[in-house]
Write a protein that binds this ligand. Structure first.
Ligand code: S3P
Length: 413
């Protein structure tokens, strides 16, 4: 089966083509509420998007009518703040209740140093940006965040001077790969201490191009875990993105004993892509720390479900970032695992699950709120529960995987 297009790459294909010169096309774009938010905001900024074709504006957008509503999408809001920082007009960026809780100072502080101005009541959305000529500099990020890194790379490219961004661990590098494909000279260094530094020169020309979006490994992860925990499963997921900065879930599950194999591996638009085969397997607990976390940050909720069916303890640490995602995913995953009938210890930066390999989860009700990944993780847990589960907030799947429920039913209904 195929999984929906990669969400991170879909946002970037639209945004980067919109600020490039010329015309680009995107195939395999994810059709979901988050990507729709990006498309709508870009159109408000004067970008013409016809079907899969984006008409680049060569770095200059138009002042929008009304506020730019990013909905639930952190990537839309943070990458757009990077774009807007360089534009000679003011614009207001808003989002839904979940997005309004999320930290934005991590983006607006370094962009302010470059010369942009931001107004907000609390360092969170709604934020009014007044952009202008930007002067690049060096930024040392406190957390590994591809959204922050990408916002700074975009702003730097539309500014002047040399931009240098250093992150404590390498986060997903789709922006770097795509910018290089668009003709941007971009240098990257992995330091011996694990840091990742990206450098580029502002003011470079770059051209819109054709991007082909692979399947999203973060969406695939729900079926990878489902197939692993459901006896008799043998599932093929085709055309899934296998960028090494995203495949932490495969490495960790394999370490736990999962039966995962990759075939038909190839490179498309600079991104590794392949077919993943998953068969049911017995799991054992493991420890996941900062050497894995940035490569699987969105997969921790569903890892919690896998851990509940592993023998022994699975510990997740160095994952305080979970608390500032679409929900507090640390607290929410702990709640989910406990409702499944497992012991789970909550820590400031993670949790520890005492798994039970041969025991189905209890039946339970779980409120995912506005968090799509919590809703899908709970639904996967329901596949191995004594009396089924009720998931509140299931509509949040519109964010990244509108066909999730029907796909799950087709496989396990
Ligand atoms: C994303 C990066 C990650 C991830 C999010 C998408 C991106 O966030 O959690 O779902 O597209 O760059 P951070 O970069 O803030 O960790």
């Amino acid at each position: 089966m195929a999984v929906p297009g990669d969400k991170s790459i879909s946002h970037r294909a639209l945004i980067l083509n919109a600020i490039a010169s010329g015309r680009g096309t995107v195939s395999g774009l994810l059709e979901s509420a988050d990507v729709q938010s990006t498309r709508r905001c870009l159109r408000q900024l004067g970008v013409t998007i016809q079907g899969s074709t984006v008409h680049g504006r060569n770095g200059r957008l138009s002042p929008p009518q009304g506020a730019l509503d990013c909905g639930n999408s952190g990537t839309t809001s943070r990458l757009l703040l990077g774009v807007l920082a360089s534009q000679a007009f003011s614009a207001q960026v808003v989002g839904d209740e979940s997005l309004q809780q999320r930290p934005m100072a991590r983006v607006t502080d370094p962009l302010s140093t470059m010369g942009a101005r931001f107004r907000s009541a609390s360092g969170r959305l709604p934020i009014t940006v007044t952009g202008g000529a930007l002067q690049c500099g060096s930024s040392q990020l406190a957390v590994a965040s591809a959204q922050v890194k990408s916002a700074l790379l975009i702003a730097g490219l539309l500014g002047e001077g040399t931009l240098e961004v250093t992150e404590p661990r390498m986060s997903r590098d789709h922006t770097e790969i795509m910018l290089a494909a668009m003709g941007v000279r971009i240098d990257r260094v992995r330091m011996p201490n694990g840091e990742h530094r990206v450098t580029l020169q502002g003011g470079q020309d770059f051209e819109a191009r054709t991007f082909s979006v692979p399947g999203d490994i973060s969406s695939a992860a729900f079926f990878i875990v489902a197939a692993t925990i459901i006896p008799g499963s043998d599932v093929l997921l085709e055309g899934v993105g296998l960028n090494p900065s995203r495949t932490g879930i495969l490495d960790v599950l394999t370490r736990m004993g999962a039966d995962i194999s990759i075939t038909d591996e190839r490179v498309s638009c600079g991104e590794r892509v392949g077919t993943i085969r998953i068969r049911h397997a017995e799991l054992v607990g493991t420890t996941v720390d900062d050497s894995d976390i940035p490569r699987m940050i969105d997969e921790i909720p569903v890892l919690g479900v896998a851990a509940a069916f592993a023998s022994g303890v699975t510990t997740v640490k160095d994952a305080a970032e979970l608390r500032v995602k679409e929900s507090d995913r640390c607290a929410q995953t702990v709640d989910l695992v406990r409702r499944m009938g497992r012991n789970c210890d909550e820590q400031a930066d993670g949790f520890a699950v005492e798994g039970l390999a041969n025991c189905d989860a209890k039946g339970f009700t779980f409120d995912a709120g506005l968090d799509h990944r919590m809703a899908m993780a709970a639904a996967v847990a329901g596949l191995r529960s004594e009396s089924g589960v009720t998931v509140l907030g299931m509509n949040s799947i519109q964010t990244s995987f509108p066909d999730f429920t029907s796909t799950l039913e087709a496989l396990y209904g």
